[in-house]
Design a protein around this ligand. Structure first.
Ligand code: ADP
Ligand code: MG
Length: 351
């Protein structure tokens, strides 16, 4: 049998490369919402409103009252790797903004139709521009605008048949979007959030922006969650091992739920930390055997250089120095809190 010739290696067209990369950053409608809301937070908005049609496949619209985008920047706004947040690689070590790669808006233009309306301070009118495949489609048009920026993404994944199909068949992404906004709303209590379906009178997430954390949790997750929470704090300032501060709210023995809700922010960044989540689930089932799954809100603050934010295309995961030490410390604080509250309850039941 004749030896097979090796296949020819070719360079992919740039548009193909960009669409592939975009598919990783924007995995589902909720990923686009996360990027847009994080941009609004980075723009120092105090009000962020989200409208969604068809689980985000038809329309995602995020409006904010942040600092807006300069007219001169509109041309390159949606090109890949254009950002106002990062300039040197070293900046990544101390980055405070949610974004840093200049990839989110570009990615959306490779898998959907993006249009932007924005106005900056002191201007009499705003501008509107639309984008496709990273490129601004026409000169920005002057238009009426209130403070801030509104970004619309339409027909997400119109050019990714397989993705569109699986999303249409899967459960509605809308609930994932509501869940996401709920999380942002209880952490960023100084910002008012709303999220609604297109055409709906009622918002499914609504926070007022001046609330205390517990008020925000009450309005977003409901009374039954809010009334069964305990404050918790931990810190470790031994520089030789780890330096961190944690404060949060965790559910008590009265709380009932079928599955765990873990809302975690590390340095104000919404992240998943599976190892911590698991370890806290273990503490709950060991300490309150008959209790249900917990609700946990935690905000952890670490030195910026202890957190690597650049390990995941959706930025949903981060890598943390001294993980084990931090987990152990938080685990023991939670366990103590649960034991103490459980003892109080037992005592109350006996008397
Ligand atoms: P990144 O957030 O990583 O910088 P993006 O593609 O998400 O990249 O956004 C590109 C740039 O567009 C941002 O750096 C920011 O300057 C600007 N921008 C995007 N969204 C907004 C917004 N809602 N308000 C003001 N500026 C924005
Ligand atoms: Mg961004």
């Amino acid at each position: 049998r004749a030896q097979k010739e090796p296949p020819v290696i070719r360079r992919l067209e740039e548009s193909v490369v960009n669409r592939i990369a975009a598919g990783e950053v924007i995995q589902r409608p909720v990923s686009a919402v996360k990027e847009l809301v994080e941009n609004s937070l980075d723009a120092r908005s105090s009000s962020i409103n989200v409208v969604v049609k068809d689980g985000g496949l038809k329309l995602i619209q995020v409006s904010d009252d942040g600092h807006g985008i300069r007219y001169e920047d509109l041309r390159i706004l949606c090109e890949r790797h254009t950002t106002s947040k990062l300039s040197t690689f070293e900046d990544l070590q101390s980055i405070k903004s949610m974004g840093f790669r200049g990839e989110a808006l570009a990615s959306m233009t490779y898998v959907g139709h993006v249009s932007v309306t924005t106005i900056t301070k002191g201007q009499l009118h705003g501008y509107r521009a639309s984008y496709k495949d990273g490129v601004m489609e026409h000169e920005p048009k002057a238009c009426a605008a209130v403070k801030g920026t509104q970004i619309m993404v339409e027909n997400l994944f119109y050019n990714m048949a397989a993705r569109r199909k699986t999303l249409q068949n899967s459960a509605d992404d809308y609930s994932k979007i509501v869940d996401l906004l709920s999380r942002f709303a209880i952490h960023h209590t100084h910002v008012s959030f709303s999220c609604r379906k297109h055409g709906a009178a009622r918002a499914d997430v609504h926070s007022v922006g001046t609330a205390s954390r517990i008020d925000a949790i009450r309005s977003v997750y409901g009374v039954s969650v809010a009334q069964n929470l305990m404050k918790i704090e931990a810190s470790d300032d031994d520089p030789s091992s780890s330096v961190f501060k944690m404060d949060g709210l965790i559910s008590n023995f009265n709380f009932v739920a079928k599955k765990i809700t873990m809302v975690l922010f590390i340095n104000d960044r919404l992240v998943d930390w599976t190892a911590l989540k698991r370890s806290l689930e273990v503490v709950y089932s060991a300490t309150l055997p008959k209790a249900s799954k917990p609700f946990i809100y935690m905000s952890i603050v670490l030195p910026a250089e202890h957190v690597d934010v650049n390990i995941h295309p959706t930025k949903r995961e981060v890598s943390i120095l001294n993980q084990e030490i931090i987990i152990e410390k938080i685990q023991s604080v939670v366990e103590l809190k649960l034991r103490n509250s459980n003892d109080t309850r037992t005592f109350q039941e006996q008397t």
